[in-house]
Design a protein around this ligand. Structure first.
Ligand code: COA
Length: 265
């Protein structure tokens, strides 16, 4: 049932509808070479196939994590820079595929989260980090800048000074600081990390999936558009969601004082 690509491990928990993609180049601190970028995309596509024969929405959440003890991902593979700074061999970058993925993607960060690794985490919907993790844009040390929008995305979350500080100094910041700046969603003590992530993901996976998909699109639209366009978009999504079986189920469950069972229909 689980799938293995060259550089990622893909697992699927049928019960909760939760997929896990593990970037699996621990000897290189999960640095992004072309193969890993392509395999992240292939892993996400293989998980999305779970929806094809499902009655409703099967895949409810995806966790992206790094293998080994030391890193989520230490950025672009410095060995093979010239041919893959923009992506692997796929037409769309793994950043775009994560951002456009209908299901929420949670970055589970335990260790180094640097350069393209931080940009990968920023493409995810949530960043959950262990307290020992560190974050940074070391590209300036190589005479370049984060090539996948890292400065833009950090600016949106934490403002221009923090974006400039990270990208201009190349220094790492702690998970605690990243949390305070809004770059990381939640920070957890090491011994509580797995359980805390599991709880977060289980909660998310239990919510009405079509509403979750609509909210992901709405929040992403807010980043790109003006308020008026965003409000019109939300209003049209709202009208669509009112017609779903999940909405009827949610309302019935409330009236009957029981937990709803959402199917994604
Ligand atoms: N690309 C390719 N290989 C990388 C890598 C990267 N971005 N980051 C780490 N590695 C490799 C190292 O070369 C080393 O391989 P080796 O064991 O064959 O020598 C292995 O991963 C472990 O890294 P090491 O440097 O020994 O670990 P450390 O704990 O001393 O330092 C870092 C960790 C992350 C601080 C350090 O590896 C580093 O600065 N990496 C580069 C980060 C970077 O600049 N990323 C952005 C590129 S644009």
């Amino acid at each position: 049932m689980d799938h293995s690509f060259d550089t990622v491990l893909v697992e699927y928990d049928d019960e909760r509808g939760v997929g896990t993609i593990t970037m699996n180049r621990p000897d290189a601190l999960n640095a992004l070479n072309g193969q890993l970028r392509d395999d992240i995309i292939a892993g996400l596509e293989s998980l999305e196939e779970r929806n094809e024969d499902a009655d409703g929405v099967a895949l409810r959440a995806v966790v992206l994590e790094g293998a080994g003890e030391k890193a989520f991902c230490a950025g672009a593979d410095i060995g093979g820079f010239s041919d893959e700074s923009a992506g692997g061999t796929s037409a769309r970058s793994h950043y775009d595929v994560i951002r456009d993925f209908p299901t929420p993607v949670i970055a589970k960060i335990d260790g180094y989260c640097l350069g393209g690794g931080l940009e990968t985490a920023l493409a995810c919907d949530f960043r959950l980090a262990s307290e020992g993790s560190t974050f940074g844009f070391p590209e300036v040390n190589l005479g370049i800048l984060p090539g996948a929008g890292g400065v833009q995305y950090v600016e949106k979350l934490a403002g221009p000074a923090v974006a400039k500080e990270l990208a201009m100094t190349g220094k790492h910041i702690s998970a605690e600081r990243a949390g305070e700046e809004g770059i990381v969603t939640h920070v957890h003590a090491a011994d509580e990390f797995d359980e805390a992530v599991d709880e977060f993901v289980t909660d998310l996976a239990g919510q009405a999936p079509l509403a979750i998909q609509g909210i992901k699109k709405s929040a992403d639209m807010a980043v790109h558009s003006g308020l008026e366009e965003g409000l019109a978009y939300d209003s049209s999504l709202f009208q669509e969601l009112l017609k779903t079986e999940d909405h009827a189920e949610g309302a019935a469950a409330f009236a009957e004082d029981r937990d709803p069972e959402f199917e994604g229909k």
